[in-house]
Design a protein around this ligand. Structure first.
Ligand SMILES: O=C(O)CCC(=O)C(=O)O
Ligand SMILES: [Fe+2]
Length: 285
């Protein structure tokens, strides 16, 4: 498929992704709901919580992620990791080495374990989990994000979305929407990739003028990117569909990502884990 056709396809699919991201029940919950329909009907008068099915992931070897920068994070808070974008875009943080190599490999092993349930879309593959059906390893990640002070205990992430991108795949500019609190943390596994913020145009500006680029980041494996507030609400974020990254001078986190202008980095498979907090807890059906 040529690049323009791929973009058209991605645009068509973006609606489906948004729908998948905002649906109130996971695939597993749907299966459980369908299988126990008559039981549910009987239980209509009996407001017992719906039974959940344990997800049989292999044991996760870590109780908390212990990457080298976490000590700095615990001592100084997120401020030390703020991305200073020339556009003035605030509320984006880049944390290199958020997990160790061993933790990274363990998370990839969990991602590809037999218990994982993938949803295929044309432009990439997804796994989507939400409490109370979060696999133990993603629960550990949620705890680590609270321990690191990124999420407050009251807004512990209750939703995990895994995206797998093959070389040449990406995600078009989008916002994550009001379904979640306006704070996202995304850990990268496997390939490095560019992550870009662009201006969110008003309806009457679309097609009239080009959206401004607000910040380009290079996300290295084992890093965590966090964004919130205006970067969440007023900017679109995307991962360009590339076969190779060419690092330019406007990469806002070039030092923290330990890259140099002109570096060419071929894309391999990348898995991202996006952790968010749904505003309203899913109500048992
Ligand atoms: O893969 C990424 O880094 C971003 C994923 C993303 O934006 C999303 O799932 O909403
Ligand atoms: Fe997103």
């Amino acid at each position: 498929m040529d690049f323009m056709a791929m973009l058209r396809e991605e645009r068509r699919k973006a609606g489906l992704v948004a729908a998948a991201g905002s649906s109130k029940v996971s695939d597993r919950a749907v299966e459980v709901t369908a299988a126990s329909k008559s039981k549910e009907e009987r239980a209509a008068a009996d407001p017992k919580p719906t039974e959940t099915v344990p997800i049989d992931f292999p044991p996760f070897k870590h109780t908390v992620l212990a990457g080298a920068t976490n000590a700095v994070l615990a001592r100084d808070g997120l401020e030390a990791f703020r991305v200073h974008a020339a556009s003035g875009l605030r509320d984006v943080w880049y944390i290199p080495n958020f997990c160790t190599v061993e933790e990274h490999d363990d998370m990839l092993e969990q991602t590809y374990s037999k218990a994982a349930s993938w949803k295929d879309i044309r432009s990439r593959r997804l796994q989507c989990y939400r409490e109370p059906e979060m696999p133990p390893w993603l629960d550990t990640l949620a705890s680590s994000l609270v321990q690191a002070g990124i999420f407050s205990p009251a807004q512990r992430p209750n939703h995990a979305l895994l995206n797998e991108y093959e070389p040449g795949q990406g995600i078009l500019g989008h916002t994550d929407g009001p379904v979640y609190h306006s704070l996202v943390a995304c850990i990268s596994l496997g390939s490095p990739a560019t992550f870009r913020f662009t201006e969110r145009l008003l309806t009457d500006e679309i097609g009239v003028r080009e959206a401004r680029e607000l910040a380009t980041l290079l996300l290295q494996p084992r890093s965590l990117v966090v964004f919130a507030a205006d970067a969440y609400r007023e900017a679109l974020h995307s991962v360009p569909a590339l076969l190779e990254e060419v690092v330019s001078a406007d990469v806002a986190n070039i030092e923290a990502a330990q890259a140099s202008v002109g570096d060419r980095i071929p894309r391999t498979t990348r898995v991202s884990i996006t952790m968010r907090t749904e505003v309203v807890a899913p109500s048992p059906k």
